[in-house]
Ligand binder design. Structure first.
Ligand code: ATP
Length: 429
């Protein structure tokens, strides 16, 4: 029979990572002869959620076990979490969930979607577990049961990617990571776009090594297991690797984003809104660029923050009346209007920049003056007048073009779908 296991909320800012707890547990199960069905899942949850430690991820996996193996699996998992989770940190409140069954209930799938796109309570998770007969284990207040259930419930069936994670040996946790940067560049050159978001080409930064004290040495993101394994062959680690694990994931899929109207937008939601620019971009202290859009239901500020670097150069060229779609998350902010933290910008229609200017005098070649409202133009020196229709029309060409623009890799959320993936998907149809 199938036993699904979900784990979340095992880490703190000081260390650990749920991907590691998953990897250790799975290896321990394998040593006991318990194999997994399919790839373990790494599910990124609501990227704006205030209680996340870092990337808001939870993991799950499925085993095919006989009745008398069930208790053994549960024991190994629970002991693993107890041993590895940062239980001494108050804000770390792990949750472990078990669900036995051949099919994932629809209610659990819907819950999973909600945890990625919205906010749920621990009580909601408990009620659901009760309804579907899932077993929950809470450590402390056990907020982790939310992510643990969501990870089991996620079908990863519309779009998905893979991440191959290498974990460090314990002695090296918290020390600078030693990975040959040149080899990462070579890997990117040889395998992009089948692997993606592993390097920020503009900043020249490698993006596979985290900057936190967690056990991850590197994570390589790609389209298929073959792609990430091929890439791993090229990356040279200059320190020992304790173990590696391949996760199937919703990273790079834009699953967090939902089309919405401004009136429906709320803090903690990530949305796609079509609107018209009504206040031109302004650069404020810190280098952040802010402008305002409007749709038929309201107004919202949009922000391209400093870390989005060159993306701001596109944003700065927007003009009032441009029709755009903004993709991004809404920050918690007490006052209105809401601010959308931009992840992508789609330019749909650029307003014309045609302007009327005074004609030049045919005799002296100087620009004529207005003779008064709707009274045409006059050159005082040559005493020549021209009617209103003689105005010249000039058009300043727009440098930006309709289409999608994205923030650079370094500023991208784990869930954000890189444009290269959007384009590859379009090519398939
Ligand atoms: P890591 O990625 O290293 O595992 P993290 O960033 O995932 O760390 P957690 O320590 O897991 O952060 O904390 C997030 C907590 O919030 C978890 O307990 C999870 O169950 C819960 N949670 C996640 N998303 C939501 C949501 N949308 N609504 C309510 N609770 C959530």
């Amino acid at each position: 029979m199938l036993l699904h296991v979900g784990i979340d909320d095992t880490d703190s800012e000081k260390g650990m990572c749920t991907t590691y707890v998953g990897a250790v547990t799975i290896d321990r199960l394998k040593k006991q002869g318990i194999e997994l069905i399919d790839c373990p899942k790494l599910i990124r949850l609501n990227p704006l959620w205030k209680h996340k430690t870092r990337g808001n991820c939870a993991i799950s996996f499925t085993t095919d076990v006989s009745k008398n193996q069930i208790q053994k699996v549960k024991k190994i998992v629970l002991e693993g979490v107890e041993e590895l989770a940062e239980l001494n940190v108050k804000s770390t409140t792990p949750g472990v969930t078990f669900y036995q069954g051949e099919r994932i209930p629809e209610k659990l799938r819907l819950f999973s979607k909600k945890v990625v796109q919205d906010v749920v309570t621990i009580e909601e998770a408990e009620k659901l577990a009760d309804e579907i007969g899932a077993e929950i284990h809470k450590f402390g207040i056990g907020r982790g049961i939310i992510g643990a259930l969501a990870a089991i419930g996620h079908p990863l069936e519309d779009d998905w990617t893979f991440e191959l994670i290498a974990h460090r040996v314990k002695e090296n946790w918290g020390t600078p990571r030693r990975v040959d940067e040149e080899s990462v560049r070579e890997m990117d050159e040889k395998t992009y776009p089948q692997t993606f978001d592993n390097l920020d080409p503009e900043a020249g930064e490698i993006h596979i090594t985290p900057h936190t004290p967690c056990p991850i040495l590197y994570g390589i993101r790609g389209e298929t297991p073959e792609d990430v394994f091929e890439a791993q062959q090229i990356v040279k680690a200059e320190e020992p690797i304790e173990r590696t694990i391949l996760y199937k994931t919703n990273q790079g899929t834009d699953e967090h984003l939902k089309p919405a109207k401004i009136r429906e937008a709320k803090p903690y939601h990530s949305i796609i809104i079509k609107g018209k620019v009504i206040k031109e971009p302004e650069t404020i202290t810190g280098g952040h660029v802010i402008f305002t859009i409007q749709d038929e239901t309201g107004k919202a500020d949009c922000a391209a923050y400093e870390p989005t670097r060159q993306f701001r150069d596109i944003v700065k060229q927007l003009e009032v009346e441009d029709i755009i779609k903004v993709y991004g998350g809404i920050k918690e902010k007490p006052e209105l209007p809401l601010t959308i933290n931009l992840e992508k910008l789609e330019i749909i229609e650029l307003t014309s920049t045609k302007k009327k200017i005074n004609p030049t005098c045919k005799k002296c070649g100087k620009r004529m003056k207005s003779a008064g409202k709707n009274k045409g133009y006059v050159c005082k020196k040559c005493k020549i007048t021209l009617p209103e229709e003689a105005a010249e029309i000039i058009e300043t060409p727009r440098k930006i073009k309709p289409g999608l623009h994205e923030v650079p890799t370094r500023a991208r959320r784990h869930l954000a779908k890189p444009l290269i993936r959007v384009k590859s998907a379009e090519r398939k149809y």
